[in-house]
Design a protein around this ligand. Structure first.
Ligand code: SF4
Length: 399
């Protein structure tokens, strides 16, 4: 994906599923007009999901995911099945590719059951329509296609777009909290954990929404914040800070000025803020020997490593005074068994789409394990959570 493209976490995720020989990868190639997946006659060549960003109109930017064949053949097959299930957790629209000649198999039905359980809108594309006489598919979400002749490929794209448009838009980051002409101050410390030569994704996205709102943004490091505030003739409508320096910034920004953090805004955008605030209370009941899971959404550790593996464990021990065990996971895998944890502290999830975060929250809820996120936990342990939530009075009332 190029630097100027919509970030992957903001794109609608379209997953292609089906058995190895259903012609899934060829169909994906036909739709994307490129040799995206490795296609081979040897069964099982595509062993990892392959991601490709593209535009599907009128849906807009999407990510097409070509998944490994969903067959039931031994240990390797089992691994593929579990990886396929991981992809399902982030899938907004599923396309089940069925071999028209062979017909629907038990594994295809198993996939449909999974889509339905997870509430994922799906389309059944019967492929290889060049090999068999067809009339028209029976149900509104079924279609006969051919990746060889191109039959009904455009119609399939339109069906995907219609299914994708059903997805409710995520909450904005900041645009509903400010109005045109407002001044917003962004505090971005440039320390050793800041990536070289750029600002991180949530900060870029907040900045973009401020500009889209025709509001005015000022950006400073925490060290230069007093100077910036002194320079402003009219106090800013809102200050948004990196959560790692929230404690320091909250002392600098006068109480009459609203203050929050990028993580709080991002958690709301991902549909996760309410449960993060509810889950944070679990810090109070941590005891000696309890295990806390710190989970990160990607393996791009550069910008979060220090927070997850050093700062949060340190603050947790200082705040609670307890001897707490910390375990960490990162990337696609969340954790197979959550029951051994007393609570989960998740990263800001800037690389994960909202569906994946909703799924992770549900896994934790289903096991009765409280889950919060970095920004909420940091604000709580520094005694400034309520101040950072003042911009969401409804949420405070609910607590
Ligand atoms: S997904 Fe999580 S671990 Fe990865 S950069 Fe974003 S906040 Fe950090």
């Amino acid at each position: 994906m190029g630097l100027n493209d919509t970030p992957q976490s903001e794109r609608i995720h379209i997953g292609f599923f089906g058995r190895t020989n259903a012609g899934k990868s060829s169909l994906v190639n036909k739709i994307t007009n490129q040799d995206l997946a490795i296609v081979s006659d040897t069964k099982g060549t595509t062993t990892d999901p392959v991601y490709k960003a593209m535009e599907i109109l009128p849906l807009g930017p999407v990510v097409i995911i070509d998944t490994p064949g969903f067959d039931d053949d031994g240990i390797l097959g089992e691994k593929r099945i579990s990886r396929t299930k991981l992809v399902l957790n982030k899938t907004d629209v599923a396309v089940l590719v069925v071999d028209l000649v062979e017909g629907m198999a038990a594994t295809d039905e198993q996939l449909i059951k999974l889509f339905e359980e997870k509430g994922i809108p799906y389309i059944v594309a019967y492929n290889k329509a060049d090999l068999k006489e067809t009339v028209s598919a029976g149900k509104p979400n079924e279609i006969y296609v051919s990746s060889v002749t191109g039959k009904n490929i455009n119609e399939l794209k339109e069906m995907i777009a219609r299914a994708g448009l059903q997805k409710p838009a995520p909450a904005p980051l900041i645009s509903d909290l400010i109005k045109p002409g407002d001044t917003v101050v962004l505090v971005i410390p440039i320390d050793s954990s800041a990536p070289k030569g750029r600002i991180i994704l949530p900060q870029q996205q907040v900045l973009r929404e401020i500009l889209d709102t025709n509001a005015i943004a000022y950006i400073a490091q925490d060290t230069d914040l007093p100077q910036l505030l002194a320079n402003l003739k009219i106090p800013p409508a809102l200050v948004v800070t990196d959560s790692q320096v929230f404690g320091k910034v909250s002392k600098i920004v006068p109480k009459n000025i609203k203050l929050t953090s990028f993580s709080i805004l991002l958690a709301r955008h991902k549909g996760f803020l309410k449960s993060a605030v509810k889950g944070v209370w679990a810090i109070e009941s941590l005891e000696d020997g309890d295990t806390v899971l710190i989970s990160e959404g990607c393996t791009h550790h550069r910008q979060c490593e220090d927070i997850g593996t050093y700062k949060i464990p340190k603050w947790l021990k200082e705040y609670t005074g307890k001897n707490i065990n910390i375990e960490t996971t990162s990337g696609l895998t969340f954790a197979e068994d959550l029951t051994k944890y007393k609570m989960i502290i998740h990263c800001g999830a800037c690389m994960l789409n909202d569906r994946e975060m909703i799924y992770r929250t549900k896994c934790a809820n289903d096991c009765g394990i409280p889950m919060t996120n970095y920004g909420t936990a940091i604000a709580y342990m520094h005694g400034i959570l309520w101040r950072s939530l003042e911009i969401f009075p409804d949420l405070i009332e609910e607590q």
